[in-house]
Design a protein. Structure first.
Length: 95
């Protein structure tokens, strides 16, 4: 499933498309990032969590889960990436 997602999105990037007429087209960038990195994120979180559980490092496990939930919110809550990007661009003076 993860490999399939990676291959599909890689092929979508390689296929030629019409050049943007007025700058960089970022219409589907957040959706692409969400679809590309979310499955990888889940795999990494699962492997590391299992490692902490098997080594009986409960304190590090709890810290890791809290951090993973905070990062997971970025991937799975709609419009977080877009709102954050607009805020950063506004702070840098980019319209």
């Amino acid at each position: 499933m993860i490999l399939n997602t990676i291959v599909e999105h890689s092929l979508a990037l390689v296929t030629p498309s019409a050049p943007p007429s007025g700058g960089v087209n970022t219409a589907g960038l957040a959706d692409f990032l969400r679809k590309f990195f979310a499955p990888l994120f889940l795999v990494v979180v699962s492997v590391v969590a299992i490692f902490f559980l098997f080594t009986r490092e409960i304190t590090r496990f709890v810290q890791f889960i809290i951090l993973a939930v905070a990062i997971g919110v970025i991937f799975y809550v709609p419009n977080v990436i877009e709102v954050t990007a607009r805020a950063i661009a506004g702070a840098l003076g980019i319209k």
